[in-house]
Design a protein around this ligand. Structure first.
Ligand SMILES: [Zn+2]
Length: 248
C-alpha cells in the first residue's frame, strides 16, 4: 500500500481487528452486488469507500425520479441513466482508486453464474424472488458467501449464507422455492427510506467481515428489523437436510 492508500484507509487500519493486513485483503477482493437500488446504494457506497478493490454492479433498470427518495448512490442528473452506470459514476467520484464494472442488464442463467464464480462475496440487493433463488443456487454451486438483504415498508431482513462451509444453511433452506411467498414491491407497498439504508449498510459490514475474517458474521442467523418500533428479532438458522438446493 502506498502513502496515499495508507491515509485513505487509515481509520480502518487503526482498528486492531482490521489493520493493514485486512485492508490489503479488501483491496485485493472482488464483490458482486446484484441490484443498485435501495440496498445496493448504501452497500456499494461503503464497499467503495472501504477500498474493496473491484466491485461489479448489476442492474437492468434506469434511474427514475421515484428512486431518489432512498437510492442514495444516484443523483438527480442521473434520471434516465442505467442504474449500474449512474452508481459507477458516483462511486468513482468518491474513490477513483478502485475498479468498478457496471453491468446494465438483469443477469440470468450462465451469465449470472459466471459473475458469481468470479466474485469473492456476493451481495443480494435485488427486489424479486426469482433473482434471489437464482443467485442462491449459483452461490451454493460455486461455494460463495452470500450476504442477503431485503426491505419493504418498515420491515427489514438480513442474513449471511456462507457457502464456503458445508454446515451453512442456504437461502432456500429458509425460504423454499416450493413455498408460495407473496412478491412485495416498493412501487406498490411503499418503503421507509432509512430502512433500506440501515439494511444495505449492514450488508456492507457483513461483506467486509466475510472478506477479512474480522469478527463473527451473520452466517446461521437471520435478523428482522421492525423499523416502526426499532426492535430487532434474531432467528437461528439450521441447514435443511431436505433442501433441494444445498441438501443431500
Ligand atoms: Zn439449502
Amino acid at each position: 500500500m502506498d502513502d496515499h492508500a495508507l491515509l485513505r484507509y487509515s481509520r480502518h487500519i487503526l482498528l486492531s481487528e482490521l489493520g493493514v493486513e485486512a485492508q490489503e485483503k479488501l483491496n485485493q477482493s472482488h464483490a458482486l452486488i446484484i441490484g443498485a437500488g435501495g440496498l445496493g446504494s448504501p452497500a456499494s457506497l461503503y464497499l467503495a469507500t472501504s477500498g474493496v478493490g473491484k466491485l461489479t454492479l448489476c442492474d437492468g433498470d434506469v434511474v427514475d425520479l421515484t428512486n431518489l427518495q432512498r437510492q442514495i448512490v444516484h443523483r438527480n442528473d442521473s434520471i434516465g441513466v442505467a442504474k449500474a452506470v449512474s452508481a459507477r459514476r458516483t462511486l468513482l467520484e468518491i474513490n477513483p482508486d478502485i475498479e468498478i464494472v457496471a453491468v446494465t442488464q438483469r443477469l440470468t442463467g450462465e451469465a449470472l453464474e459466471q459473475r458469481i464464480a468470479e466474485a469473492d462475496v456476493v451481495l443480494d440487493c435485488c427486489d424479486n424472488f426469482a433473482t434471489r433463488h437464482a443467485v442462491n443456487r449459483a452461490c451454493v454451486k460455486y461455494r460463495k458467501p452470500l450476504v442477503s438483504g431485503a426491505g419493504i415498508r418498515f420491515d427489514g431482513q438480513i442474513s449471511v449464507f456462507d457457502m464456503r462451509y458445508d454446515t451453512s444453511p442456504c437461502y432456500n433452506c429458509l425460504f423454499s422455492e416450493d413455498q408460495e411467498f407473496e412478491e412485495t414491491r416498493c412501487a406498490v407497498m411503499g418503503v421507509f427510506a432509512p430502512l433500506v439504508g440501515i439494511i444495505g449498510a449492514m450488508q456492507a459490514a457483513e461483506a467486509i467481515k466475510v472478506l477479512t475474517g474480522c469478527g463473527e458474521t451473520l452466517n446461521g442467523r437471520f435478523l428482522m428489523l421492525d423499523g416502526l418500533s426499532m426492535e430487532w428479532r434474531s432467528l437461528k438458522l439450521n441447514k435443511d437436510p431436505e433442501c433441494k438446493v444445498c441438501g443431500g
